[in-house]
Structure formats: structure tokens, C-alpha cells
Design a protein around this ligand. Structure first.
Ligand code: AVI
Length: 320
């Protein structure tokens, strides 16, 4: 069975040599974190979400279970739900379980396999729900399918604190873009990870089983496969730490030796100890996030948190 057909805005979604060579050619070498999510990386991320140390997914699920009915009540009946970075859509089910007559569900994701599977699963579970999966890099401006049903209002769902993976200025631009897509009366339900004990953060990104390390290092394997690079993965070390000055966890891949790596026919020199910065994961206080949202055209209407105050789910509306 082929399943629901995907709206393909992905251009094949291979790593872009231009983007990669720009990143590796910078004084602080860097790679975009969206490159984590090939098939293997997406599976590793799913494993991360179940790790003892990785508290965000469990905390967010707890909040969604406790507040799902309240959230759905605020969104109201007959809305069109757009989900950015839908992944395996586990939290979405909680929302859909409570929503009244959603006119459609539009999951948007960079990982083709996960998107196809979750779109098919959701359509099977929620009979009558119209599902319009869009395979795309949602961090870029995208034109949604023109045949989406018109609901009473458009609401976006952006769980997982993936907003933390943007530097604040890009986060502002991205949130403003969602406000434009949702339009007047639009709503946004967003998961936002909160500032906390740095040791807890450290453990969350340095798990004992080494799954986060494998997730980080997989980016090199991907470049070897897709861009004909010759990274020797064992010559790099996963290194993640919380930087309280910028309130972000930084993930790096540190070169264990002086070496030259060829990517798409171009040589890149690495000193021993030099790093490639692969991800930033910003943590916010409630006030800081409200200020960011407001600068992007959103008002925070409601804020839910778990009993330990680790994570938040927030309901925002477009400023009139
Ligand atoms: C997807 N994103 C919110 C995760 C995070 O926590 O920043 C990605 C991740 N990186 C390492 N572990 C999980």
C-alpha cells in the first residue's frame, strides 16, 4: 500500500554542498542541525526521547496529558492544524483526541519516512480526519498546498522545544513567519524548554548509553554518504555542554587529531581539538520567551508547566 501522498517541497532533501562548505569554511566550523535528521538520525532522535536523562519529552507529554482538553478548548472547533516538525506525532494524538471537528491536519517534516508513517497512522486512527503531509524543510519559506480546507481558524502546533534550536533572531523570524501563515485569529501551541540546573541539562545531552553521541556523529556519516566526504568518524568526539552566558546547550564534534577531510572535492583542515558546532539548544525563562513571542507578533495567552517546572507548553495568539 502506498499510503497518503506527500506534498513534496523537499528537493530530494540531500545535504547541500554549498551550505556544508560554507559552514566548514567558517572560522568556527559549523553544520546546520537539520542535517541530523536522515533516516538513521531520526530513529536515534526517537531513542533520545525515551532516555532517562532526556527529560523534555516526558515533561511535555505529562503537560499535554494534563492540559490537552484545556488547550483544545482554547483552540476551539473546526480549526485547521498545521504541525511544524511533526516527527512521530505522539503529542499530536493527545491534541487530536480532544479537538472538536478539526477540518484538517497538515504535518510538515524534513524526515520523509517518519512523515509518511505518521500521516498514514493518524489517518487510520482518526477516521474522517483529512491529512495533508508536506515533506519540506520548514525552516525555509514554504508555500503550502493550495487545496487545504478552510477552517474557522488556522492553528499551528510546534512541540518539542525545537524553537530552541534557532538562534533567537532566527526564532523571531520563524515565529513571525508562522504568524503570517496562520493569519488573523491564528493560534500557536508551542513547547518551550525552560532554564534549569545546568547539571540536569548536561546529563540530558550526555546520556550514559551514548545515543546522543551517536546522533551527533551520524551527521558525519551522512556527509560521507551524500557528499562523498571522507570523515573518519572515530577521529571526532561528541562534546556537549550548557553555556549559561547564552542560556544554550551547545553540541560540537571535536577533532581528535590534526587532519584533512575532503568534502565534495574540497579539502578542509582540522587542528587537533578544533570543533564543528552542530547544534544550539536555547533555554528560556517564561518572561524571555514572552518577549521573543511578542517581538514576532504573538501574545502568550496561557502557560502550562509540569510539577517540576522543567518544561512549558504555551498557547499564543496572533496580535491583532
Ligand atoms: C529537537 N531538539 C529540540 C532537540 C534538543 O533538545 O535540542 C534535539 C536534540 N539534540 C540533542 N538531543 C536532542
Amino acid at each position: 500500500m502506498n499510503g497518503i501522498s506527500l506534498h513534496d517541497l523537499s528537493s530530494g532533501q540531500k545535504a547541500s554542498f554549498a551550505e556544508v562548505s560554507r559552514g566548514l569554511g567558517s572560522p568556527q566550523k559549523e553544520l546546520p542541525c537539520k542535517l541530523f535528521y536522515d533516516e538513521v538520525g531520526s530513529q536515534l532522535f526517537e531513542q533520545i526521547t525515551g532516555l532517562d536523562e532526556y527529560y523534555p519529552t516526558r515533561a511535555e507529554l505529562r503537560i499535554m496529558r494534563a492540559a490537552g482538553a484545556d488547550i483544545a478548548g482554547r483552540l476551539g472547533p473546526d480549526c485547521l492544524v498545521l504541525e511544524y516538525g511533526s516527527g512521530s506525532s505522539v503529542k499530536t494524538r493527545i491534541l487530536l483526541d480532544h479537538l472538536k471537528r478539526p477540518t484538517g491536519y497538515v504535518p510538515i517534516d524534513i524526515s520523509r519516512e517518519l512523515l509518511q508513517q505518521s500521516a498514514d497512522d493518524l489517518a487510520r486512527t482518526y477516521r474522517g480526519l483529512r491529512v495533508f503531509p508536506v515533506w519540506a524543510d520548514y525552516t525555509r519559506p514554504l508555500t503550502l498546498p493550495s487545496d487545504l480546507p478552510v477552517g474557522k481558524r488556522r492553528v499551528a502546533y510546534y512541540p518539542g522545544s525545537t524553537i530552541g534550536n534557532f538562534v533567537p533572531e532566527d526564532a523571531r523570524r520563524f515565529l513571525a513567519g508562522i504568524a503570517g501563515v496562520c493569519g488573523r485569529d491564528g493560534g500557536l501551541v508551542i513547547g518551550v524548554d525552560l532554564k534549569k540546573d545546568p547539571l540536569m541539562l548536561h546529563r540530558a545531552y550526555n546520556d550514559a548509553l551514548g545515543i546522543t553521541a551517536a546522533f551527533n556523529l551520524n551527521i558525519l556519516t551522512r556527509l560521507n554518504r551524500e557528499l562523498g566526504a571522507n570523515f573518519v568518524v572515530e577521529q571526532f568526539r561528541h562534546y556537549a555542554f550548557y553555556n549559561p552566558v547564552f542560556a544554550r546547550v551547545e553540541m560540537h564534534l571535536v577533532s581528535l587529531s590534526e587532519q584533512v577531510v575532503r568534502v565534495g572535492g574540497v579539502d578542509f583542515q582540522f587542528e587537533r581539538g578544533e570543533s564543528i558546532w552542530t547544534e544550539a539548544s536555547y533555554k528560556y525563562s517564561p518572561q524571555e520567551f514572552a518577549a521573543l513571542a511578542s517581538s514576532a507578533g504573538w501574545n502568550v495567552q496561557q502557560f502550562w508547566t509540569d510539577d517540576r517546572g522543567l518544561f512549558s507548553v504555551q498557547y499564543l495568539t496572533v496580535v491583532d
